[in-house]
Design a protein around this ligand. Structure first.
Ligand SMILES: Nc1ncnc2c1ncn2[C@@H]1O[C@H](COP(=O)(O)OP(=O)(O)OP(=O)(O)O)[C@@H](O)[C@H]1O
Ligand SMILES: [Mg+2]
Length: 384
C-alpha cells in the first residue's frame, strides 16, 4: 500500500516538474503512471476512499490526454499579455494568463493553434463559407484583388453550446497560419471595469497590427448587447466604438478575421448585424448524422473496440446530442475500458456496454426547446 502510494506521489511530482520544464511527453507519461497507481490504490481500498482514488485517477488521465496535444510554454518566455506584434509566435507560444475565467484560457493568446479543419466533423457549409471568405482570397490574391475582394472581415458564429464554435475558430487560424487572439466579452468587461471600450480597442489594434490574424470574441452578446432606452452609457459607448474601430481596419493591408461567438444571438445589438461589419452569420447547430459519425470515427480512431460497436448505429442513436456530449461519451467509454484493463491486466478494449453506461450518465446538454429558440431566431432574422 505504501509502495503504491509512494509511487503515485513520485509520478505526480515528476509530472509537475516536467510541466514546469516544458517537457510535454515526459509529463504525459508521468500523469498516466500516476493514474495507474491511483487505480491500483482504489483496488486495494473500499468505499469513499476507493472512490476518491478513482476520481484522482480520472483527473490524471484527463491531464495525460490534454498533454498529448498541449504546447507547454518554455519557462523563459515573455508574457502574451498586451504583447506587440512580435511578442509571440507558433514556435514560441506565450504563457497563458492563469487568471482567465474561461477554463484557464488567457485573455489574449497569440499562437497558431494545432486544430485543423479535418479535425472538425461536419460543418460543411460553415467551412465552405470561410474558404470563400478568407482562405481562397489569401491563396489567390491577384484574382481576389481583381474582383475587389479583400480577405478577412467579420463573422458571427452562433448556436447552442458545445458544437465547435471555438474549435472552428482555432481551426480557421490554423488553416491560414494566423495567430489566434481570444477574449471573452465577460472577461473584457469585468477585468477592466469602466474602461471596457479602450480595452477592446487595444485588443483590436494588437490583432490588426499583425500581417494576418484571427480575433475570437467569445460571448459577444455580453460585449455588444442590444441597446435599449435603459442601456448603460458604457454599453452604448462600447458598441459605437467597436463599430467604428472595425470599420477603420477595413482600409488596412493587414488581414484580420474577427469571429464573434455567441449562444444568444438575439441579445446582440441590431447594429452589429445591420451595419455590415459582420458579413457572415454562421449558425453552428447540433451535429447532423454525418457529423456525428465523423466524431465517433475520430474519437475511436486507433482505439481497440469490440466489433459489435457499429458507428453508424451510434450516430443514429446520438441524434440530439451536442458535439461535446458525443466526444465526452466516447471518452467516458474509453476510460472505463482503460480502468478495466488496469484491473484485469488484459489489453484494454471498449465494449458496447461501456458506451451504454456512458450514455446513461451523460445526457444531452441541450433541450428541444433550446433548439427551437434558434430556429425561431433564424426564421425571424434571416428568413431561413
Ligand atoms: N464538429 C465537431 N467535430 C469534432 N469535435 C467537436 C465538434 N463539435 C464539438 N466538438 C467537441 O466539443 C468540444 C467543445 O466544442 P467548443 O468548445 O468548440 O464548442 P462551442 O460551440 O465553442 O461551445 P460554447 O458555446 O460553450 O463556447 C470540442 O473541443 C470538441 O472536442
Ligand atoms: Mg466556445
Amino acid at each position: 500500500m505504501s509502495f503504491l502510494s509512494d509511487k503515485k506521489t513520485e509520478h505526480e511530482k515528476a509530472c509537475e516538474a516536467a510541466i514546469q520544464a516544458g517537457d510535454a511527453p515526459a509529463a504525459r507519461l508521468h500523469a498516466a503512471k500516476a493514474a495507474e497507481f491511483c487505480f491500483a490504490l482504489a483496488k486495494q481500498t473500499t468505499g469513499p476512499v476507493a472512490a476518491s482514488y478513482v476520481t484522482t485517477a480520472e483527473g490524471w488521465l484527463e491531464i495525460a490526454e490534454k498533454l498529448a496535444t498541449a504546447k507547454l510554454p518554455k519557462r523563459n518566455n515573455a508574457t502574451a499579455h498586451g504583447g506587440g506584434p512580435q511578442s509571440a509566435s507558433a514556435s514560441n507560444p506565450p504563457q497563458t494568463d492563469a487568471g482567465g475565467e474561461n477554463g484557464g484560457e488567457s485573455f489574449e493568446v497569440a499562437e497558431i493553434p494545432d486544430v485543423t479543419f479535418d479535425d472538425i466533423a461536419g460543418m460543411t457549409q460553415a467551412k465552405a463559407a470561410i474558404r470563400e471568405m478568407i482562405i481562397y482570397p489569401m491563396r489567390e490574391p491577384e484574382k481576389a484583388k481583381a474582383m475587389k475582394l479583400k480577405p478577412g472581415g467579420g463573422v458571427i458564429l452562433y448556436g447552442p453550446p458545445g458544437n465547435g464554435k471555438t474549435m472552428f475558430g482555432k481551426a480557421i487560424a490554423h488553416e491560414i497560419a494566423a495567430p489566434f487572439f481570444y477574449a471573452s466579452g465577460a472577461q473584457l468587461r469585468s477585468k477592466w471595469h469602466g474602461e471596457s471600450e479602450q480595452n477592446l480597442s487595444r485588443l483590436l489594434k494588437t490583432a490588426a497590427s499583425r500581417p494576418v490574424a484571427v480575433l475570437f470574441l467569445d460571448e459577444i452578446d455580453g460585449l455588444l448587447p442590444r441597446r435599449t432606452a435603459s442601456s448603460s452609457v458604457v454599453d452604448n459607448r462600447i458598441v459605437t466604438q467597436f463599430l467604428s474601430d472595425v470599420g477603420g481596419f477595413r482600409e488596412s493591408d493587414n488581414i484580420l478575421l474577427i469571429l464573434g461567438a455567441t449562444n444568444k444571438p438575439w441579445a446582440i445589438d441590431e447594429a452589429v448585424f445591420r451595419t455590415g461589419r459582420f458579413d457572415e452569420k454562421l449558425y453552428i447547430g447540433l451535429p447532423d448524422r454525418e457529423a456525428r459519425l465523423g466524431m465517433l470515427e475520430r474519437s475511436f480512431k486507433g482505439v481497440a473496440c469490440e466489433p459489435q460497436i457499429d458507428h453508424s448505429v451510434w450516430a443514429e442513436r446520438l441524434d440530439g446530442y451536442t458535439g461535446s456530449d458525443i466526444v465526452g461519451i466516447v471518452r467516458k467509454a474509453r476510460l472505463a475500458a482503460f480502468r478495466r484493463g488496469v484491473e484485469t491486466g488484459d489489453d484494454p478494449m471498449v465494449l458496447v456496454s461501456d458506451l451504454e453506461n456512458a450514455v446513461k450518465v451523460i445526457p444531452s446538454s441541450v433541450t428541444p426547446a433550446m433548439i427551437k429558440q434558434y430556429d425561431q431566431f433564424n426564421q425571424q432574422r434571416f428568413g431561413q
